[in-house]
Ligand binder design. Structure first.
Ligand code: GLN
Length: 309
């Protein structure tokens, strides 16, 4: 344990000193207000030890990391029928790209690009009022983290609702192909709000534990998903979790991971740990720059890459 403690502290110290921090997302105006110098990391190992450093208790906007959890919920409801509405291949394009949608008749490439996540949200919404669907997503996050205090940052959601023209285009386009079942404004409303869930690194690492332990959350003893489903969600995180930077993330870090434009990354070391990092500055693909650097250092020093060494 001392070893992991030391390594995590070392990494946080190094990240504090670095000046290459990337650019904070500004296309959602409210996100541009975040301190670019923030850095947090939390690791929860198989025994439940929490090792954290930096701003690991500061809530940040999880943004696209929420897509891991909406995918989990939607698969629980629709099962494999979900794959009629969304694919599971890497896209090789930006998170908010529209080009592939025309070629592929409104079926998004995977559940982690915006179009795919909007289709997943639409599936969760079916048969419910938007408020109920959003409540279900939020309660799921609270249940996984075993923390009822997790909330939605309404200012961030409203900010994206005012400026989310690209997502509105994606949703309308999918609607024209009959891929969305619900009114576009309802689906987008739920989508913007689940992206605006605010969590700390510690809460996020706790929420990811079921993915590190074959579907079981060791903290609560609940089997969240079947082991096979956990394996498959990890596979999609590895191949699609960082948009057009997914190859680079696998190459450097070697773990299933999901990023968000709030600067967070959730990474899973199967059987070993659930890890959350946060540094708001992004690289050109929209992934946390120092978050990735920190995870690369961690997996290297712990020997945690799923590819060995
Ligand atoms: N809410 C953001 C959007 O739709 C999520 C994008 C992200 O985190 N990559 O643009």
């Amino acid at each position: 344990m001392a070893n992991l403690d030391e390594i995590v502290q070392d990494i946080a110290d190094e990240m504090r000193r670095r000046t290459d921090r990337g650019e904070v997302a500004s296309y959602i105006p409210e996100l541009a207000r975040v301190d670019p110098n923030a850095f947090g990391i939390a690791v929860i190992d198989a025994d439940g030890n929490v090792v954290a450093a930096g701003d690991s208790d500061t809530p940040f906007s999880i943004q696209s990391i929420s897509k891991v959890f909406t995918l989990t919920l939607a698969l629980g409801k629709a099962g494999d029928r979900l794959w009629r509405k969304v694919g599971r291949e890497p896209s090789g394009s930006a998170f908010n790209s529209i080009v592939q949608l025309e070629h592929e008749r409104g079926i998004p490439r995977n559940p982690f690009i915006n179009a795919g996540a909007i289709a997943v949200t639409d599936s969760i919404l079916s048969g419910h009022q938007p408020r109920e669907a959003l409540g279900e997503i939020l309660r799921f996050m609270q249940f996984l983290s075993d923390d009822p205090t997790i909330t939605i940052d309404r200012a961030v959601a409203a900010s994206e609702q005012r400026t989310g023209f690209r997502n509105a285009a994606l949703a309308n386009y999918m609607k024209s192909f009959g891929v969305l079942d619900n009114p576009v404004e309802y689906t987008l409303g739920v989508y913007f709000h689940h992206c605006a869930i605010a969590m700390t690194c510690k809460q996020l690492a706790a929420a990811g534990r079921f993915l590190a332990h074959s579907g079981l959350n060791p903290a609560t003893g609940s089997l969240v998903v079947h082991p096979e489903r956990a394996k498959r969600i990890n596979a999609i995180m590895l191949t699609c979790g960082h948009y057009d930077g997914s190859g680079e993330f696998a190459y450097r870090v070697g773990l299933p991971g999901k990023s968000g434009v709030g600067g967070g990354i959730l990474a899973i070391a199967p059987g070993k740990a659930s890890i959350a990092v946060w540094s708001p500055g992004l690289d050109a693909a929209g992934n946390s720059h120092l978050g990735r650097v920190a995870l690369e250092a961690l997996t290297k020093r712990m020997g945690w890459s799923i590819f060995g060494v």
